[in-house]
Design a binder for this molecule. Structure first.
Ligand SMILES: [Zn+2]
Ligand SMILES: [Zn+2]
Length: 264
């Protein structure tokens, strides 16, 4: 198994040394991980660092990979927080500035507002917020290609005061999946939904994964989004089992930004 979404002390919300995250993976029998530390330029909350020391981050990934060679494969990734407008130029520069194996593009903000603190949801219903979120995703991704998978695609649900109703946004969600597939990109199963006690409303949900497959989507990575060593690998077996259950034939890893398909 591979865990394709792991943070370290390079992310403002983690203190973990890369070696500790890698050791945790190795002890679980995981064969490959991708480090994906945050770069969120123009983040919508003042005080949250919008920077990442790209060169130092890559250097530590390479040193950790060398230290674990033969025991655990380590891919060089990054999680880039997209926002539309001039921010996209910073995202592109980051994506192209280093020799990454794998790039997750995530929406932690939309319409210049942050999701986790609730700003984005104020003054609108959960359904209105979900629609606005996916419209913002579509507008942004129409202008952006420098990524391999979209991170936690329905992450908006985690922060919404109530879950939106499926029918309220499903047309936009389908359009978003079509756009991702047309671009030759993919999605991830992000098993942090279990840590966030989302129950059956996983990230993405079973219905979302079914729709993705029915539209011809094939690229899927599985990641824990761990920020602490004890979260590494958490529920990733669920992700691989879910893909099998839904009839996916392959899961995906990345090397030098190229998808590699592995039989499930
Ligand atoms: Zn994220
Ligand atoms: Zn993450």
């Amino acid at each position: 198994m591979k865990d394709y979404h792991i943070h370290s002390h390079f992310s403002a919300d983690s203190n973990a040394p890369m070696a500790d995250m890698a050791s945790a993976a190795e002890s679980l029998g995981i064969t490959e991980i991708a480090f994906t530390d945050h770069y969120d330029p123009d983040y919508a909350i003042t005080g949250w660092p919008s920077t990442l020391d790209f060169a130092a981050n890559v250097r530590e990934m390479e040193e950790t990979a060398a230290a674990f060679r033969g025991r655990l494969s380590i891919r060089k990734g990054i999680e880039i927080g997209l926002q539309h407008g001039a921010t996209l130029d910073k995202c592109r520069a980051a994506a192209r500035g280093q020799d990454y194996d794998f790039i997750i593009a995530s929406f932690h903000c939309a319409e210049g507002m942050e999701l986790s603190c609730g700003d984005f949801f104020r003054g609108r219903t959960a359904n209105e917020a979900a629609r606005a979120f996916y419209i913002y995703n579509l507008e942004t991704l129409a202008d952006y290609d420098d990524f391999d998978v979209i991170g936690h695609i329905n992450g908006v649900d985690r922060y919404s005061p109530q879950l939106p109703t499926h029918d309220a946004y499903w047309d936009l969600f389908e359009e978003l999946l079509r756009l991702i597939i047309d671009k030759g990109r993919g999605i991830e199963i992000n098993t942090s939904s279990f840590r966030y006690k989302m129950g059956d409303h996983t990230t993405p949900t079973t219905d979302m994964l079914k729709l993705y497959r029915s539209l011809g989507g094939e690229i899927v990575t599985v990641g824990s989004d761990a920020h602490l060593p004890h979260s590494v690998g958490d529920h990733i077996d669920w992700g691989y089992d879910k893909l099998r259950e839904l009839g996916f034939k392959y899961y995906t890893s990345f090397e030098q930004r190229k998808p590699i398909f592995h039989k499930l």
